[in-house]
Write a protein that binds this ligand. Structure first.
Ligand code: FES
Ligand SMILES: [Fe+2]
Length: 395
């Protein structure tokens, strides 16, 4: 890979495997290169779940980096991902977050596209250029794949097939997505964090019982489990589910009840490189669709799901539990937002951020970790460094 060419100043990547230079969280030139090499590079990005667009004509808009996408459940039953841009002069085609439409009309010159992306009408076409055809003027489609109902998109031709890319995380991912991926959407909590995307996604297995007070209040400890990573920056946690105890802290203890059937490996977290975190805790199935909007703006859509076979009581239980426990104001995660901002602010100082918990060696890489190790984040950082072309300094 060629060395980066857009830099005003070099990035000094430290020799030790457990150190990361702080300035990469706050440099516009680094962010521009990340867009090119990571977000528009050979990676898959979860952009939706089929449970969000279950009916023909359902659509969702989303972004990968700064590029707008339109995900549509077409009239032929196929789900497609398009660039959300009119095939004429590139006007943003759909401005709603979600909805249902048989056709998408661009307001500028009224070109009309159906839900398969085909151009159906365009005023004045008798005066168009000689090479114009309706067939050749549909919406630009983006390569996509579906695993467990999760819709992935990639903006690069050289991205490996989805099974290869997911690697050893795939069984955990399927378990997290209800076993068979047949999910229905309960709702979203959407938040915009004032931090670089790496400050958001570098959340680790070390902090949870230390930062989040509710874990202590509910006496909620993680069960026996492990954490493992892949060479291309994914991470998965699997552990036995331990049900929290109320301790009089909650007026309604049913909020923290577990109504599922088995607790073995009942807690699963999958983090897919670069930016998607998914969790299954108690009866909550949560996919955090995230967008690196700009250097200092990271948008996260916490999407909560039920299984399509759930009865009404289970759906209500999942909804109450999800909306109270997780997300930007959830009992066991609300402190994260302030930490993301403080990581951003504090890393404007010189030097390197240092990882310690679970670091067995300072050179070389390994991929299996204890569940509360922050070292589990290091394979992702090593992959990031390589993709970005940053050279590790000599020790
Ligand atoms: S830009 Fe969309 S119809 Fe002209
Ligand atoms: Fe957290």
């Amino acid at each position: 890979m060629n060395a980066p060419t857009v830099f005003g100043a070099p990035v000094h990547w430290p020799a030790k495997i457990n150190e990361v230079p702080k300035d990469i969280f706050d440099r516009e030139d680094v962010f521009r290169l990340e867009l090119e090499r990571i977000f528009y590079g050979p990676e898959w990005h979860p952009v939706a779940h089929t449970g969000e667009i279950p009916s023909i004509g359902d659509f969702k808009t989303f972004h990968i980096g700064e590029r707008p996408l339109l995900i549509v459940h077409g009239q032929d039953g196929q789900v497609r991902v398009f660039y959300n841009a009119c095939a004429h002069r590139g006007t943003l085609l759909e401005t709603n977050n979600r909805g249902n439409k048989a056709e998408f009309e661009c307001p500028y010159h009224r070109w009309l596209f159906d839900s398969t992306g085909a151009l159906r009408g365009c005023p004045g076409k008798e005066d168009f250029s000689p090479s114009f055809t309706m067939e050749g003027s549909g919406l630009a489609q983006v390569r996509s794949a579906i695993v467990g109902g999760l819709i992935f998109a990639t903006l690069h031709d050289a991205t490996p097939d989805i099974d290869t890319w997911l690697g050893r995380t795939q069984p955990a991912l399927m378990q997290l997505l209800g076993g068979d991926g047949r999910l229905k959407l309960l709702g979203y909590q959407k938040v915009s964090y004032d931090c670089n995307w790496k400050a958001y996604v570098d959340n680790d297995g070390y902090h949870a019982p230390l930062l989040h007070l509710a874990f202590k209040m509910l006496n909620w400890q993680g069960g026996k489990g492990s954490q493992y990573a892949t060479e291309n920056g994914h991470i998965a946690f699997e552990s036995e589910l331990k049900v929290p105890t109320n301790n009089g802290f909650l007026r309604d203890p049913s909020l923290i009840a577990f109504k599922g059937s088995h607790t073995s490996k009942g807690s699963v977290i999958v983090g897919l490189n670069p930016l998607t975190v998914m969790t299954k805790h108690l009866d909550m199935i949560n996919v955090r669709f995230a967008v690196a909007r700009s250097l200092l703006k990271t948008e996260v859509h916490y999407a909560y799901f039920a299984h399509v076979d759930d009865d009404a009581d289970m759906v209500r239980h999942r909804l109450r539990q999800s909306s109270n426990m997780l997300g930007p104001c959830g009992m066991v995660s609300m402190e994260d937002a302030s930490i993301f901002l403080r990581v951003q602010q504090g890393n404007r100082t010189p030097g390197n951020a240092v990882f310690q918990k679970g670091v067995k060696q300072e050179h070389g890489m390994w991929f299996d970790f204890k569940q509360n190790d922050e070292a589990g984040n290091l394979p992702k950082w090593e992959y990031y460094r390589r993709v970005m072309g940053f050279i590790r300094e000599e020790s």
